[in-house]
Design a protein around this ligand. Sequence first.
Ligand code: CA
Length: 460
Amino acid sequence: MLHRALNLVFCCLFASVTFAADKPNVLLIVADDLGYNDVGFQGSKEIPTPNLDALAAQSVRCTNGYVSHPFCSPTRAGLLTGRYQHRFGHENNPMWLPEDTKQGLPFDQITLPQVLKQNGYTTGHVGKWHLGAHPHFHPLKRGFDENFTALGGGHVYFPGDKAGPEYLIPLDRNGVAEPQKSYLTDQFGDEASAFVQRHAQGQPWFLYFAFNAPHTPLQAPEKWLAKFASIQDPNRRTYAAMIASLDENVGKVLAQLDSTKQRENTLITFISDNGGPHLAVKGKGMTNFADNTPLRGAKGAVFEGGIRVPFLVSWPAKLKPGVYDQPVISLDFFATAIAQAGGQVPADRKIDGVNLIPFLSGENKAVPHDVLFWRSQGPKGHYAARMGNWKFVRGGAAAPELYNLADDIGESKNLAREKPEVLAKIEAMVAAWDKEMIAPVFAGPQQGKAKAKGPKSKAK
Ligand code: CA
């Protein structure tokens, strides 16, 4: 009997030690304004992405993967909190106003790196921040141990290139301005790779690796431009070259994971923060010449082209590669990562995302979400919802639209009149959801009219 009891104690101790050692590293890779059809694993023949395709081959590819907003900053606010960002009024891009204490991720929100730190993780952010310019919004104040970032909504790619003031802000390393050294995508790739190497031993880590590519300005290295010489349109050629560089730098980080023997137990997610800005708005300063085929719409829209994105989840130790077709959303990343870290999501507030691993592994056959919601431009703006294969869209005061994505992924045949009962059901759910949301707490810049101010030398 005593022997059995001791065995039990030993087993429990052993299990506990094993569990701590098994906590995966967490790597979140985000592209900026990447077109749905502009990477190899999504079907692009024009832009080869061998490193992302190799990652896809080791991943669960989520074919109905969404982000919670059709543009940059709100998606990132949802990503780092696990909550529809409308719950706390983060529905617009913050302007670059270092004196403004409101334009950024509201300070009462609990972030993913804060929770992971409490569970023994080292946390780092490399790349685009875009969650507020005031020093109290700085990554080091929001749960990150280390950062090497472009703090605004974008950045020039080559040192000395021309752009608006926000895009010329010095890079920031742990609160101190630092000169840009090389093509920015390469520099971010080097920094992310160095983080992975630096923390190969010891505590598990979380790295939020957010490329600003292929967001404008369209600037690419000659070696990649030469590779895409066959693309006639010089803008599309530059965009393709920017993605090739992004792909090369994803490969750099994956190779580092392999060489430091961390790949097996690293949970990797790859998404874009929103759909590609569309060719249809060419010349208006927003497009980067992306291709969202076969989806309708683009960045800024709540049609699929604005919110449905390339979406990979890889964890060699626990997930078999494959395809997952049920709707999932970037909000899920929060609960997914915290569950694997052995932590608990905050209990004092509604968390909208769920732990995806049981669904992606096949252990849980139910659907992660009965319905997903979108709202852009405030309570009088654009709404969308996805319930099963039904997609609801309502733009401002216009009549609501209904599409069946099962045979109409391009949202071309409005079934609102033919399916009034479905429409009414979803509309009621949208109204109920909307009651839980608040109005935006800060207004975004009007397109092309943002007044940016220069940086402070220390952002800490
Ligand atoms: Ca974006």
